[in-house]
Design a protein around this ligand. Structure first.
Ligand code: NIG
Ligand code: FE
Length: 418
């Protein structure tokens, strides 16, 4: 039976956001807000948005599924544009070592960190990874995330990288969440190639990447460009080849050491450069000029006790800033959207309005989906969240608390916590 269209009406406010591209610099603060608003979603797509009396005037509401949003704010669904969600195993002991002062990179150099998760992910069967991934997507959806990016990068060999990408493709098909897949074969140098990062980049570029492209399992390619991981030259070599083969690019850039990753992302026309705790003014200008989304992950700085990215300065320099969780078993074991939004406003210098843009429209741009999601406009996907409070301001103010009451994905009510 054909699904009835969905009408959300009487909302205290609908924050629509606007545009099919990332919002840059000072534009990030200008939200479009409709008071006493209504929204219609038909066949998964938004067909009307406006004041309730205008949208519902002359409408026979019997033909609709109706959600009365009196006293509640309606926002675009959140887009988490940077996670590493398909992984096996956990690393709680590393977290406790870090609390005693052992640095993240030192744990990695000793063979822990990403390599630890690599071993567990290689051992995990596909059904095991599917079950773990399914549960994580359920929990993310309940946070109001309606589109999530996920990375491979815990296989570091052909078979396991494809296994992770395959799991994401299947979850994308079976789950309400939209999953955007990123190939992160160059996440660390695996033990088989210890001390031979160049040879490993050759292997990834010549053996793994072509099969990833052939399988059509990834939309983007990413590299962990960092001191003692992959250099700018190695990152460029792999990313250029991925671009030539038709993938979009992303980059873990200038996280612990300022290597010029932001400039590299700009040079290659990447969708985004991510982390950026140590990005220089030149790096920020390069991203602003080339339209690379600066994706900030304040949960990671918080968890690693690092200095936060200079988000205020990036916005001042005209960058489009996105916010994402970086959910992974090591540096940031959380996908708490409320935590990320509060950290962004308390420590990264974003206003609540900018933080909202960063988690919706700019997140969508960071995964190449801003034409279809990230704002509540006619023609875009019906991806929305309804808060249990009347204003978007409660998102950052109610620190660490999930105030998302309902989640609508492609016009279907998929979460109801009321
Ligand atoms: O984005 N920095 C590199 N990659 C991940 C962490 C991965 C891990 O520790 O397992 C990040 O923080
Ligand atoms: Fe990451």
């Amino acid at each position: 039976m054909k699904q009835k269209p969905l009408l959300i009406c009487n909302a205290a406010q609908i924050v629509t956001n606007k545009g099919k591209k990332a919002s840059c610099g000072k534009d990030m603060a200008s939200l479009t807000i409709i008071e006493d608003g209504a929204l219609i979603i038909e066949d998964g797509v938004i067909t009307a948005v406006g004041p309730t009396d205008e949208v519902t005037g002359g409408l026979n509401t019997d033909n609709f599924d109706v959600i009365d949003a009196t006293g509640k704010a309606v926002l675009p669904g959140f887009v988490d544009s940077h996670t590493h969600f398909p992984f096996g195993g956990y690393r709680p002991e590393e977290y406790s070592w870090r609390l005693t002062g052992v640095p993240y990179m030192q744990i990695m150099e000793r063979g822990g960190g990403i390599i630890n998760t690599m071993s567990a992910t290689r051992k995990a069967s596909k059904p095991e990874l599917m079950a773990l991934g399914r549960k994580r997507l359920d929990d993310m959806l309940a946070m109001g995330i309606t589109t999530v990016e996920g990375k491979s990068g815990y296989g570091l060999d052909l078979e396991t990288e494809l296994k992770q990408l395959d799991v994401m493709a299947e979850l994308n098909n079976e789950h309400s969440m939209d999953v955007v897949s990123t190939f992160l074969g160059a996440h660390a140098v695996p033990p088989e190639y210890k001390g031979r990062a160049d040879d490993y980049i050759d292997y990834v570029a010549d053996t793994v990447l072509p099969q990833v492209v052939e399988s059509k399992l990834a939309q983007c390619c990413d590299v962990f460009c960092e001191k003692n991981v992959f250099s700018v030259a190695q990152s460029r070599r792999l990313l250029q080849k991925a671009k030539d083969m038709g993938l979009e690019l992303k980059l873990h850039a200038d996280e612990i050491v300022s290597l010029g990753g932001a400039q590299l992302a700009a040079e290659l026309g990447a969708l985004s450069a991510d982390h950026l705790l140590q990005a220089t003014d030149q790096g920020m200008d390069a991203m602003a000029e080339s339209g690379v989304v600066a994706t900030l992950l304040p949960g990671t700085a918080f968890s690693l006790k690092e200095t936060y990215a200079r988000g205020r300065e990036m916005i001042k320099r005209g960058c489009a800033v996105a916010l994402a969780t970086d959910f992974n078993p090591g540096s940031c074991f959380t996908f708490s959207v409320p935590l990320i939004l509060s950290l962004a406003t308390l420590h990264v210098g974003l206003t609540p309005e900018e933080a909202l843009t960063a988690m919706t429209l700019n997140g969508a741009a960071a995964v190449g989906r801003s034409e279809t999601t990230g704002s509540l406009e006619v023609g875009k996907a019906g991806d929305a969240v309804i808060l249990s409070y009347p204003s978007y301001l409660f998102l950052t103010y109610h620190i660490g608390i999930n105030i998302v009451e309902k989640v609508i994905k492609n016009g279907k009510l998929v979460v109801d916590r009321s």
